[in-house]
Write a new protein. Structure first.
Length: 634
């Protein structure tokens, strides 16, 4: 049957990419349909129920600044929050939360169900409707044909998914869910370049069989409890609980080694490449044979369940080995396994075949986002989903794509890395991937992106008003500090000694003083009996925003020199970075370039000179030659 209504955007898949894509397209006013296998699994966390961490937390805050759901859903579902790297510089500080997986799903589903312009429909998608070189809709398992102007595919680990436990394997999208076999076959038929990757998950443990007295307690940050969303408040959080730590030992390692001959990884049953930064426990024991012990975090999966996630023992070893290895660790001697660990292999599509907007080059109107693009992680998926949803909506309106730069957002880094470099293993975000990380901080994600989100139609009035209040308060206070002067005459020497550690010898602005190491905003305001304080930045006037405003003022002052230098660097390279390469350019005819470079450029067809410079094997010398060629031919 042809469904009687037509849609602007169809999103296939209700995981982290799909839900953000559908919400974004609908918020931008597009008539959107989210088609997914099962409405009960919307927003399901396939692996550990944790959101954020270094690099990933940055992405979550960016999704939030653009009006996305992940951060606020985490605030409603988080049962433990921590700021990682809290003693380090602000660029690498990151929020991480342990979520109650049931509450998280409920928070995501509530947003989807209450979003205007968005309809949900439960059915597997088996086929895409393609006319000429354009996608025009999707066909479900029972033959319902839904027409749309753009389709965003976010099938995660489901495309031809195959689960491995020891030498047993079976087809699945993840444990308990069916694979997407027909859709995978159809995408292969469309000759979109693809490969196989794998990921894995540990066995889950019944907390009633864990002896916590033999484990080390790891509480979250309680004073204050962090929040994820710029619109979040600690009072949204449910009850907070601790995590626990145990360790592997030599016996655990022996048990693991004894299973190598039945491991699908070591016997060649798994062909897909796994995530190097999140290896299985057998991979760790194999690669780091000299290490006597590995830390294992026992993380609660929720407030209404006894289930625990042992973070660090992802494995596809046979179940009997899993049973023994779990029980070899302190506190887990009597552990009951609720679900076996497993590895899953799945199809991914080479992201170098995507335009910078995530639309496939081959099929107009078809966008890919999430794990299907070779990434791993909920946060990477959510960020891509929002991005693809926005660009699908813009394509429907006939407007140019939205492309945040590498200097504007981790989202820009993620997209650019994927489309220029592709992946050889599941890609995850790290702060080290961002060359301008001093300006791409978690704390200023709203300052960087809320305006763009508002222009795109993603940011609602409440968020826009809160953002405006914060931005104005930061700029007013910075200006005030810049124009308030202290000198040896108006600042008593004892006060200067107390706050600055020495007396001042000449006139300084308060902003100059704030730039000094160890001098805080609060200390300056407290000088001389609070003489330099103002009502405008008091807790009473700013309420919940107070700490965030003070943080921005302090970071802005202390890192101004570095940030200005980075901005200069960005401005200097902006012309070449954004220089568009002509669509009709025949790289094979650029004789100054080596054959290898010509082939790479011809294959990947970068859209800008900046993108060309990041393709592996395209050297700075080749870029200079290309530039000369462009100047000659213009
Ligand atoms: P998914 O969350 O997989 O969602 C895909 C959605 O699409 C599902 O709702 C599915 O039902 C739907 N769908 C698929 N095909 C169709 C179809 N044909 N028709 C209709 N609906 C369809 N990440 C980490 O960062 N660290 C880890 O250690 C880690 N381990 C993992 C272990 C396992 C076993 C698995 C399965 C995943 C793991 N991940 C891990 C990855 C993490 O789960 C994903 O990165 C993230 O969920 C990807 O989000 P997504 O939206 O792209 O896809």
């Amino acid at each position: 049957m042809l469904y009687p209504e037509e849609f602007d955007v169809i999103v296939v898949g209700g995981g982290h990419a799909g839900t953000e894509a559908a919400l974004a397209a609908a918020r931008m006013g597009c008539k959107t349909l989210l088609l997914t296998h099962n409405i009960e699994t919307l927003g399901q966390m396939s692996c550990n129920p944790s959101i954020g961490g270094i690099g990933k937390g940055h992405l979550v805050k960016e999704v939030d600044a653009l009006g996305g759901a992940m951060a606020i859903a985490t605030d409603e579902a988080g049962i433990q929050f921590r700021i990682l790297n809290s003693s380090k510089g602000p660029a690498v500080r990151a929020t991480r939360a342990q979520a109650d997986r049931v509450l998280y799903k409920a928070a995501i589903r509530a947003r989807l169900e209450n979003q205007a312009n968005l309809s949900l429909f439960q059915q597997a998608v088996d086929d895409l409707m393609v006319e000429g070189d354009r996608v025009v809709g999707a066909v479900t398992q029972i033959g319902i044909r839904f027409r749309a102007r753009a389709v965003v595919l976010t099938a995660g680990t489901f495309l031809d998914g195959k689960i491995h436990v020891g030498l047993n394997h079976y087809a699945a999208g993840r444990a308990g869910d069916p694979p997407a076999v027909s859709l995978s076959a159809r995408l292969k038929e469309l000759k979109l370049p693809q490969g196989r990757l794998k990921t894995g998950t540990p066995p889950r443990i019944d907390g009633r069989t864990i002896d916590f007295s033999r484990c080390e307690e790891q509480p979250g940050d309680l004073d204050p409890v962090p929040v994820f969303s710029f619109m979040g408040q600690a009072r949204m959080h449910p009850r907070q609980v601790p995590c626990w730590i145990t360790h592997t030992n030599e016996r655990t390692h022996e048990i693991i080694r004894s299973g190598f001959d039945r491991s699908p990884m070591f016997t060649g049953k798994i062909e897909g490449v796994g995530p190097r930064y999140c290896p299985s426990v057998e991979d760790k024991i194999n690669r780091f044979a000299g290490k006597e012990s590995h830390q294992i975090f026992l993380e609660p999966e929720g407030l209404s369940t006894h289930e625990f996630y042992p973070n660090g023992i992802s494995t596809s070893l046979p179940f009997d080995v899993q049973y023994e290895l779990v029980r070899s660790m302190p506190g887990l001697e009597r552990a009951h396994i609720l679900r076996p660990g497993y590895a899953i292999e799945y199809d991914y599509f080479d992201p170098r075949a995507l335009k910078s907007s995530f639309e496939t080059r081959q099929i107009a109107g078809l966008f890919f986002a999430g794990q299907i693009n070779g990434t791993t992680g909920y946060e990477e998926a959510a960020a891509q989903g929002l991005f693809a949803g926005v660009n699908a909506a813009l394509a429907c309106r006939g407007e140019p794509a939205w492309l945040p730069g590498r200097d504007e957002a981790y989202l820009g880094v993620l997209v650019d890395d994927l489309i220029t470099k592709g992946v050889t293993e599941p890609y995850r975000m790290f702060t080290s991937r961002a060359e301008f990380r001093l300006q791409l901080r978690e704390d200023n994600a709203d300052m960087r992106l809320t305006e763009a989100g508002r222009r795109l139609g993603l940011v609602d009035d409440a968020r826009w008003a809160a953002f405006g209040r914060k931005r104005d308060a930061v700029s007013r206070e910075t200006e005030r500090l810049k124009s308030t002067w202290v000198n040896p005459r108006n600042l008593p020497p004892a006060e200067s000694e107390r706050v600055l550690g020495k007396s001042i010898e000449r006139e300084y602005s308060l902003l100059d003083l704030l730039r000094r190491p160890g001098v805080s905003h609060a200390a300056l305001l407290g000088m001389d009996g609070g003489r330099y304080a103002t009502d405008a930045v008091s807790r009473e006037t700013l309420g919940e925003l107070h700490d965030a405003v003070v943080e921005q003022v302090e970071i802005g002052a202390k890192y101004a020199g570095y940030i200005d230098r980075q901005k200069d660097e960005v401005e200097r390279s902006a012309y070449y970075e954004k220089l568009r390469l002509p669509d009709e350019l025949d790289y094979m005819q650029v004789s100054a370039l080596s054959i290898e470079v010509r082939q790479k450029l011809a294959k990947h067809r970068p859209e800008t000179l900046g993108q060309a410079s990041r393709i592996s094997g395209v050297t700075p010398a080749a870029i200079s030659l290309l530039l000369v060629h462009l100047k000659k031919t213009r």
